[in-house]
Design a protein around this ligand. Sequence first.
Ligand code: FAD
Length: 411
Amino acid sequence: MGDMQKKIVILGAGYGGLSTAVMLQRKMKLREAEVILVNKDSYHHITTWLHELAAGTSPTDKCMVDLESVLEPEKVKLLKAEVESIDLGQKEVYLSGGQRLSYDYLVVALGSEIESFGIPGVKEHTYVIRNLKTALAIRDQVERMFRRCKLDNYRPERLHFVICGSGFTGVEFAGELADRIDELCKEYQIDRDKVVITNVEASPTVLSGFDPELSEYAKAVLEKKGVVIKTSTPVKACTSDGVILHDQEECRSSTVVWTAGVRGHSITKRIKHETVRGRLKVDEYLRPPDHDDVFVIGDSSIIYGKKEGPYPPTAQMAVQQGAACAHNLLALLRNKPLQAFEPRIKGTLVSIGKKVAAGNVYGLKLYGSKASFVKKVVDYHYLYRIGGLKLVLDKLKGGERQGEKNSLLDH
Ligand SMILES: Cc1cc2nc3c(=O)[nH]c(=O)nc-3n(C[C@H](O)[C@H](O)[C@H](O)COP(=O)(O)OP(=O)(O)OC[C@H]3O[C@@H](n4cnc5c(N)ncnc54)[C@H](O)[C@@H]3O)c2cc1C
């Protein structure tokens, strides 16, 4: 093959990018193409568990997968670098440190960025759940507040945790944090009544757009756990003292967590085509028009169902798109016809703290521990797809060894 070998560059090793890489390495013949997976970290985040890490109910190791442990270097090369820009005309990617990378086929799978909706102070004064480091920053902040209240003196804002947004991430984090607070109160001998978790949401319901019965159930579970839910309450500003609500009410808090929305990665601006909240519109083959050599998948792209409108950005969607993208890359290499992407939405599940979840799977509504069990099965099924039984067992045991965790995070 020699010089004829095509070069596939995949940007991002999240749910979409890693699924593409793993499917390629499984189905591609040796040296059929050169595949380079670029990611800013040497590990993959298990994002669907990050709210547990942020609340302090899961260890760091559980939420990360060492990329080298799931990639076969003779088929997929890992390049740890930050993507700065892309030039579709020159077919080049610009990386941190002035590196350039040329490609024949490009897969953009860089995920999403925080959407602040132009609300002042979001970037400066809130915590976010985006990756291991930001999740750990929340866990540390929560623990620091309890420590301070025990050691120095109690101040209400130190034990007031405000979560902006009652979408999936906000609800999952609120449920998990409520469970952790009980433990922390015991550990630091603090009266539970002194701790307040407020979940603020602009829409009239939590989990807006979700099945109304399931969303009512999620609200009731959170309220039972002591979470104060304020729906129809847009945030006006975030400040160093907390949050100002639309009616000028001030929620004083030392810990404000922003889970109110995401938008597509800003790199999609380089591809001159229509975007919706920064997510690039792609065709049925997951490509922007006029760019037959570029695929944009996962949270960075948007696709529409025939009746349902746009599909929400989820891990489920990113994984399916990764598999479809790998299939079409192989078709391009082998001069075979491409296959249109057809999402298979099996259901949606949201966890609401330990051992409680809600959702629908294949049209069946599930609540409580049953839903929680099914959600775990879904999560572990994903791990099985990317790393086989070894990865599943590793995570069931509680993650990798301590030393590995630290060396990966420090890089
Ligand atoms: C707390 C939380 C819980 C969630 N729970 C669920 C759930 O239960 N079910 C569900 O379906 N979805 C869930 N989601 C949504 C889901 O995680 C996303 O839809 C999914 O991760 C999207 O996959 P992706 O491949 O597009 O992006 P990501 O998985 O975010 O991957 C993007 C990758 O690109 C890398 N990257 C980004 N910028 C650069 C750069 N400039 N240079 C190099 N690398 C870069 C990132 O480090 C990352 O590895 C949850 C999200 C959060 C935050």
